[in-house]
Write a protein of this length. Structure first.
Length: 322
């Protein structure tokens, strides 16, 4: 749907350009006719000047005026011709883009998905107070890492677009934003901030093998959301149950309660990855199941942050029994 909408936009632009080109051709014809009329007047006055020597000064002034007017027309004609050439080049460019979009539209029906819409393609942290130059360097590093990852999964460059690229988009206010506009805005947002920033690249649409990954990049504040030893969530588990039931209760606690609390703190999950927020050591789970089972009674289980954790960090937790 995104591709078909883009194709429709390109075709609409082609129609607009063609109509504008027709108008420019008509204007060029009108100006050339006007120039011919002036050339004729100029020739008539030159002949009259030769025969009417006594009126030479008046005719000389008129000739000078006509010559200046003709020079102005020449400039207008050259300007129209330049614009006409530019429009012709734009038509060629639009047709090339339309061909690429049609090819991509055909490819999506056959190739496996590399990234689904909204999946994280890459992220990078920018220190607090970073200069614009540092943010630009970080943005370049983000794209280098993202392209390596995407190409390993089957993405590739297409035409002028690298394997992972920003694309021109339309903002909510209807303003067209070029790739350069988006990069400038990102640098502005992430520069000279009091807190760390994380540049997060996510897939704009489903991306398929053999084509490039269209992404958007956001600059998000990377503040500390948990302090070392802080309780993230807690629950009660009956240790008199069999170990499989205890394991199931622990799993539900982590998936439902701990993850939900982390999202309430606005942690940034790695969407599209098996463990978006972080992983728990299997040995830690086995130890916990054994301890709860040995107690044989209802115990309070707390999920505690192992270290200070920022929004873009992987969540590391340990468990305490009360």
């Amino acid at each position: 749907q995104e591709l078909e909408a883009r194709i429709a936009q390109v075709q609409e632009r082609q129609r607009e350009v063609n109509q504008y080109q027709i108008q420019q051709d008509l204007e060029l014809q009108r100006l050339e006719r006007q120039r011919k009329d002036l050339d004729k007047q100029l020739a008539d006055l030159v002949r009259s000047n030769e025969t009417l020597v006594n009126s030479g000064e008046q005719f000389t002034q008129r000739i000078a005026e006509l010559q200046r007017e003709r020079a102005g027309l020449d400039e207008q004609i050259n300007s129209v011709r330049t614009e006409r050439e530019r429009l012709a080049n734009e038509i060629v460019s639009l047709e090339s883009l339309r061909t690429q979009l049609m090819e991509s539209l055909g490819a999506v029906r056959l190739q496996p998905i590399v990234f689904s819409r909204g999946d994280e393609v890459g992220r990078i942290v920018v220190r607090e107070g970073a200069t614009e130059a540092e943010v630009r360097q970080a943005l370049a590093g983000l794209f280098r890492a993202a392209r390596l990852r995407a190409e390993a999964k089957g993405a590739s460059a297409v035409g002028a677009f690298q394997s992972v690229s920003l694309i021109p988009v339309t903002a909510r206010d209807g303003k067209n934003l070029s790739v350069e506009d988006q990069e400038r805005e990102l640098v502005k947002q992430a520069s000279f901030q009091r807190d760390q920033q994380v540049l997060l690249a996510t897939a704009l649409v489903n991306s398929f093998a053999g084509e490039y990954v269209r992404v958007q990049v956001q600059a998000l504040s990377n503040v500390v959301v948990y302090r070392e030893g802080e309780v993230i969530a807690d629950t009660r588990i009956d240790g008199s149950q069999d170990p499989q039931q205890i394991l199931s209760a622990l799993t539900s606690f982590v998936v439902d309660r701990v993850a939900a609390r982390a999202m309430e703190r606005k942690m940034i999950p790695a969407v599209g990855q098996p463990s978006p927020l972080g992983e728990i050591n299997d040995g830690e789970i086995v130890r916990l199941v054994t301890e709860i089972s040995e107690l044989g009674r209802v115990v309070r289980v707390q999920a505690v942050a192992v270290a200070d954790t920022r929004r873009a960090d992987r969540l590391r937790i340990t468990f305490k029994l009360r």
